[in-house]
Design a binder for this molecule. Structure first.
Ligand code: AVJ
Ligand code: FE
Length: 437
């Protein structure tokens, strides 16, 4: 009944907020103070900015908006407003020092614990089913992924470790499957913690198409490199070609040629690029060029979601490829359990009804689509989460990476970035339209 549902969601709010803070603590306590305030890349904020921004957003939404409390430190708000200062300018702001930032975030969290107990999980749109608490847990986890990207960009000896994924039996299934054409339900109207851009559920018709059963591997991508793919304008969108020429891009980010092989740097360790692992740290232009070289194309966002959610047996859209159950470690590589994607073809228990694997977890997958609102979209609770990004400047990524927590990952979850970005944990799979008969 509704009471029990509300109590289950309250328990989930508590455990997801706690898990997010544990991860934030891990990511900000494994380096010394200078590494928290340093600019490791102009693309990223200093780690200490993310830390205080996490606390500031939590204060803004849970203490001030939900609970109606006064601002704790109104003078710091503008420092942590993501729209006021570009990332590259943040190191020179008068930011809270690491100890102050930790103290501030902890104090906010302490007060939030009381608010969580005393807030009804119904009555307003913001508190319905604990949405605001789920939104803030997702926000913190998204910044934890951002901080993990900063760790990957940081030079110096490794500070993070995690076990490798279980060795997977070699995948011997088909390379692609046919997704039947016809309507399916895209987006959601009943996922309690879905963010505004995932809503509402609506019917989309797609023509039949073939889609890769696994993400494109380093081995396959290396064949593109070996074939001179980065030197052949035929494969590249014109802006992509201009971009890689201007910046001398010849391989995925963090790769380095060493005699006859490719090496890569991964969280402070240099290793031979593993051929069976999904390719990582490519931009949209690189994914698009590879697909064209392979005689294929990137899937549209609707094609990606249909492959991930549509059950041809009953016509329903599932929450995840494997069904409606929350992700577990046998379904997908999520939550920074590992510091790398698992070999292509891993997680048979996580495959979709049509046999598509690793749609969730491992690598964010570039799609062909621009970030646009669904029909009936309403910005909620703030325009700056998605609405201000709608348009042709951003490409959609789907499915989440090994660095995404399950609370911020579902078959409907949408991510986006500029098509030149590749410091993110991005890879892709390819598709093709069914040949007309
Ligand atoms: C949805 C990942 C593009 O990190 O810029 C964090 C998420 N929004 N704080 C981002 C977000 C506000 C956002 N992305
Ligand atoms: Fe943010």
């Amino acid at each position: 009944d509704t009471e029990t549902d509300a109590e289950a969601l309250r328990a989930r709010a508590l455990s997801t907020l706690t898990a997010a803070r544990d991860r934030t603590t891990l990511l900000t306590s494994c380096v010394e103070e200078p590494d928290l305030t340093a600019q490791h890349s102009p693309l990223m904020s200093p780690l200490v900015w993310d830390l205080a921004h996490i606390g500031n957003q939590e204060e803004l939404w849970l203490l001030r908006t939900v609970a109606g409390r006064e601002a704790m430190r109104p003078e710091i708000d503008s420092l942590y407003d993501a729209f006021e200062h570009p990332r590259s300018a943040r190191p020179s702001l008068p930011l809270l020092a690491p100890e102050e930032a930790r103290g501030y975030a902890a104090e906010v969290r302490g007060r939030v614990m009381d608010v969580l107990e005393s807030t009804a999980f119904h009555g307003t749109r913001l508190t319905e089913a604990g949405f605001a608490f789920g939104m803030i847990a997702q926000h913190e986890q998204q910044h934890d992924e951002t901080m993990l990207i900063t760790h990957q960009l940081r030079t110096g000896p490794p500070v993070l470790t995690a076990p490798d994924p279980e060795p997977a039996p070699l995948y011997t299934g088909p390379a692609e499957v046919l997704v039947p054409g016809g309507p399916f339900t895209m987006g959601t109207s009943d996922e309690p913690w879905a963010l505004d851009n995932e809503k509402p559920a609506h019917v989309r018709d797609v023509a039949p198409y073939w889609i890769d059963t696994t993400p494109v591997t380093n081995g396959a991508y290396q064949a593109f490199l070996a074939d001179g793919g980065y030197g052949d304008a035929r494969w590249w969108a014109p802006e992509g070609w201009a971009h890689i020429r201007r910046h001398g891009i010849e391989a995925p980010l963090f790769w380095r040629r060493d005699g006859g092989q490719w090496l890569r740097r991964r969280f402070g360790v240099t290793e031979v690029v593993p051929p069976d692992e999904p390719v990582l740290h490519v931009c949209w232009y690189e994914a698009d060029a590879y697909a064209r070289w392979a005689g294929r194309r990137l899937p549209t966002e609707a094609e990606w979601e249909k492959a991930a959610r549509h059950d041809p047996a009953d016509g329903r859209s599932r929450r995840y490829p494997w069904g409606d159950a929350e992700p577990s470690p046998c379904h997908a590589n999520l939550g920074q359990r590992h510091l790398r994607p698992a070999p292509a073809g891993s997680y048979p228990a996580g495959e979709s009804p049509l046999g598509v694997r690793q749609l969730i977890g491992d690598v964010w997958e570039w799609t062909a689509s621009d970030l646009l609102p669904y029909p009936g979209f309403r910005a909620f609770p703030y325009k700056e989460y998605s609405e201000v990004f709608f348009g042709p400047e951003y490409k959609v990524l789907r499915g989440g990476s090994f660095a995404v927590d399950p609370v911020a990952c579902r078959g409907t979850f949408r991510n986006w970035d500029y098509p030149i970005r590749r410091q993110i944990f991005s890879g892709f799979r390819t598709a093709r339209s069914q040949a007309a008969t």
